[in-house]
Design a protein around this ligand. Structure first.
Ligand code: GTP
Length: 366
């Protein structure tokens, strides 16, 4: 059995990072998200995946081309214009074998027991089974009501607090019978969530599989950073032991540097004298942390630089971006690729700086 992985979206909520890096390739503990996706599908007993691509397909294909996945097959179905979630599934149909298929949103990090979801689906007469997960604050999501024998009863899109009847949301992992693919028109934009599932629900052919396993989507800066913290802390995965202090041997560590686990420091990083790399941070290849600079709870993409005395907390620094001397970047701020935050600037409260933007130095006089 194969999976279709939907990775063709623009990832607009994760801009400015996704102007340069497709959401499917953002790093978690210095591995691209797609590596976790393949592990998840293999653990579910699947033999291969068709990647349904559209926006920025090249970095994804380059990552997989020539990579040994021990027999797990990868095919690509590339759209020349966005076809939506159902259109992306239809576009991948030619690579399937005609049986049921698993479909996964390509931005979901989860420990859902896929093989169990597939088995439950096969036991039922459903045309589709949709995996649900519970969230603490359901008001930001589309909710799914189910009845006592797991038939989907109703979809509620982003309800007000007093309309919340369930905390179960669509986890973006489905098992579909081939008949469902026949319902999708070829070559045009179509949505599985809005156009196929409500129809199947009305026909009584849509079932739910409720999962209590780890689940997080990486679609927003907040959830991506949280997923990164979870991966660094070992909260995701099969519980295998790993090194909480993952510092590449080629990293240069100066005098008096503090590196507090869990962290991941990729090859070629330079941590200058007195720098602190605090827990739950990941530094991509070739990052430079200047003297006495502090990085905590943050994701730095390849080649990012934090200059002398600067502080980066709970933020995302894009590839090749630079945080100038004594600048502060905190509070879920996101810097796009190659942008420069000049000396002494303070960025806070989810500020997003587009790729290549240069913020001039700010006077330090009081
Ligand atoms: P936002 O722009 O932030 O909403 O992100 P998105 O469109 O990338 O993701 P969304 O959560 O809306 O979509 C769920 C999944 O479907 C993501 O993994 C997307 O990559 C994927 N997806 C969305 N639209 C398309 C599309 O037109 N074609 C394909 N192949 N995949 C899509």
């Amino acid at each position: 059995m194969k999976a279709i992985v939907l990775v063709g979206g623009q990832g607009s909520r994760l801009r400015p990072i996704t102007y340069d890096v497709p959401k499917a390739m953002v790093p978690l503990r210095n591995r691209p998200f797609m590596a976790f996706m393949v592990e998840f599908l293999r653990a579910g007993g699947l033999g291969g995946a068709v990647l349904s691509l559209g926006y920025l397909p090249d970095p994804i294909q380059e990552y997989f081309d020539g990579r040994n996945l021990d027999g797990f097959s990868i095919d690509y179905a590339v759209e020349d214009r966005a076809l939506g979630t159902a259109g992306g599934i239809k576009n991948a149909e030619e690579y399937l074998d005609g049986g049921p298929v698993v479909v996964v949103n390509g931005d979901v990090l989860s420990g859902v027991r896929l093989s169990e979801a597939i088995a439950k689906h096969k036991e039922s007469d459903a045309l589709a089974t949709i995996t649900l997960t519970s969230v603490e604050d359901p008001t930001a999501y589309g909710l799914v009501e189910v009845d006592h024998d797991m038939l989907v009863r109703r979809f509620l899109e982003k309800p007000a607090a007093d309309e919340v009847t369930t905390n179960l949301i669509n986890a973006g992992i489905y098992v579909l019978e081939p008949e469902v693919l026949n319902m999708i028109p070829a070559g045009r934009e179509f949505s599985i969530e809005r156009e196929i599932f409500p129809y199947l629900q009305a026909e009584g052919r849509l079932r739910a599989y409720v999962s209590s396993s780890y689940w997080k989507d990486i679609g927003t800066p907040r959830s991506y950073l949280a997923a990164s913290h979870d991966v660094l802390s070992g909260a995701v995965g099969a519980g295998e032991s790993f090194d909480f202090l993952q510092v590449a041997p080629s990293a240069e560590i100066g005098k008096g540097v503090k590196v507090l686990p869990p962290v991941s420091v990729a090859p070629g990083c330079v941590l200058e004298n007195g720098a602190t790399v605090g827990g739950r941070s990941s530094l991509g290849r070739g990052c430079r942390i200047g003297e006495d600079a502090i990085v905590e709870g943050s994701i730095l993409f390849d080649g990012a630089e934090v200059e002398t005395g600067a502080v980066v907390r709970g933020s995302i620094i894009g590839p090749g971006a630079r945080v100038g001397q004594d600048a502060i970047v905190r509070g879920l701020s996101v810097l796009g690729a190659r942008c420069v935050v000049g000396e002494g600037n303070v960025l806070d409260q989810g500020v997003r700086i587009n790729p290549g933007v240069v913020l001039p130095p700010r006077s330090m006089s009081f």
